[in-house]
Design a protein around this ligand. Structure first.
Ligand SMILES: Cc1cc2nc3c(=O)[nH]c(=O)nc-3n(C[C@H](O)[C@H](O)[C@H](O)COP(=O)(O)O)c2cc1C
Length: 218
């Protein structure tokens, strides 16, 4: 009984696998993130967009209205509603984020809003342009951007002849401690943390409207 209660109280964190190419490394990176974050008081799940297989957004109404017509949208809404926080794991593609990830985010609104999110992007310079781009998107979704967003630097020497990691543990060993210290604390941040976060400080002037208004205006 104690175990059931404890399990129920532990926050459920969804680690989104944000690329879907057939030869992607994102699943390997996300599995590493899950191992790095592992703690007794967190329930961590991978949410693999390649397995979810959403089509390009095909709902007639804007997501903020919550009038979903398609079964795949209703199922996606139920999945995301079940989590208290998220870690988005994705590569940098041409200074941005993969289309499959943006599409998955765009399907919903309330299910993401007011939940903490950490961004774990990888690329040749840690994917910092894509991290910045994603922070705007998560700000638009009214998520709480956490301060732990490790930029995972990838280099050619890390990969074998099939473009897969030779050893992901070795490749990312220097990020393990920050991941444990930071993302392990994914939770609803305090008002003080929200006020002092980079996105709040630098981006609040871009969108002071509610999400519903923003979606209606756009
Ligand atoms: C379409 C595409 C665009 C890319 N653009 C960038 C880029 O702008 N900066 C960068 O550092 N790496 C870039 N890369 C390299 C990726 O970071 C690298 O291939 C990574 O393994 C892709 O992740 P994935 O295997 O999960 O798809 C790009 C790769 C692809 C496929």
């Amino acid at each position: 009984m104690a175990t059931i209660t404890e399990t129920k109280l532990n926050p459920r964190i969804g680690i989104v696998v944000g690329s879907n190419r057939p030869t992607r490394v994102c699943r390997t990176v996300a599995e590493w993130v899950k191992r790095a974050m592992q703690r007794d008081d967190l329930n961590l799940d991978l949410i693999d967009l390649a397995e979810i297989g959403l089509p390009f957004l095909d709902e007639p109404k804007v997501p903020a209205h919550h009038l979903y017509q398609n079964d795949h949208t209703k199922a996606w809404s139920r999945t995301i509603s079940g989590y208290e926080g998220f870690v988005l794991v994705f590569p940098q593609y041409n200074w941005g984020y993969p289309a499959v990830l943006k599409n998955a985010l765009d399907y919903l609104y309330d299910e993401w809003a007011r939940k903490p999110v950490s961004i774990v992007c990888y690329g040749s310079h840690g994917g910092f342009q894509a991290t910045l781009a994603m922070k705007l998107v998560t700000q638009g979704l009214h998520m709480y951007n956490m301060s732990t967003n490790p930029p995972l630097d990838i280099e050619d020497e890390m990969f074998d002849e099939h473009d897969q990691f030779k050893n992901v543990e070795v490749a990312f060993s220097r990020y393990k401690q920050p991941m444990q210290a930071g993302c392990g604390g994914v939770r609803r941040p305090s008002e003080r943390e929200i006020a002092s976060s980079t996105t709040s400080k630098n981006l609040s002037s871009l969108d002071s409207s509610t999400g519903d208004e923003a979606q209606e205006e756009n």
